[in-house]
Design a protein around this ligand. Sequence first.
Ligand SMILES: [Zn+2]
Length: 284
Amino acid sequence: MSGLRGVMLAKAAMRRGRLLTRAFTSNHPKPYTVPEGSWGSNRAARLELAAAYRGLDHLGLNEGVSNHLSVMAPRADGGDEEVMLVFPEGLHWREVTASNLVGLDSEAKTVEGEGSPETTASCIHLSIHKMRPETKVVMHTHQPYVTALACLEDFEIRPVHQNSLRFWNRVAYDPSYQGVAYAFEEGERMARILGNKEILLLANHGVISVASTVSMAFENLYFLERAAMVQMLAMATQKKLREVPEEVIRAMAPHYMKRAQNYADDLFYAIYRLLQQSQPDFEK
Ligand SMILES: [Zn+2]
């Protein structure tokens, strides 16, 4: 195929929405189908995001009706600007469906659906999406073990277990809690500390996970919780921690990262299929 013909085909596919669908997912087989085009891509993002809310609720990683998950998705009406999909204020995560998510423009105005998110969702998520446009997905929780770890003076994830090693060099730490994030400046401050990492541990607060796919952001939160749980249980013995030598981690990390998206897809779409059985209304 000539270079020019390849470019033309890619542009045609993008117009039909095929490539847009991949902006927040991998090409792993999906347990759902959507039509081509912007509406279908928007629908896919809504399905995955609703499954993420339900899945993290099922795993006990959310808190009350707080915390937020968001995805940058093509607009359902085919408009040029993407929308940030997020759940509206007051819903429980167990009540989130693909259709009751709202879409915000870059000024935090609701342009899809009814209602608006709680203020901190706009301040944290829109700021991070703007400063890390390649990530597409931002998830913020106060999940128990990670948050308990973040309440310690030294709140680093230590390489004490196989689950911890996957986070080597991928975590940023914000040691200076500034109060509830009611201003865009606070979201921008968090985004600056996050830098090019995928996880931000927020002292006295919780955690933020960013990724280019919903499955990866989701899986990172799950395994970070497991890593923090094992670390905290080990620390509770007050015995000396046995850390994995750095040369072992350095040797393993590239092999793990090559498979990371596939592992994330396997977990996320397994949870998705379980939700289709136990809570099928999330796809409404
Ligand atoms: Zn929070």
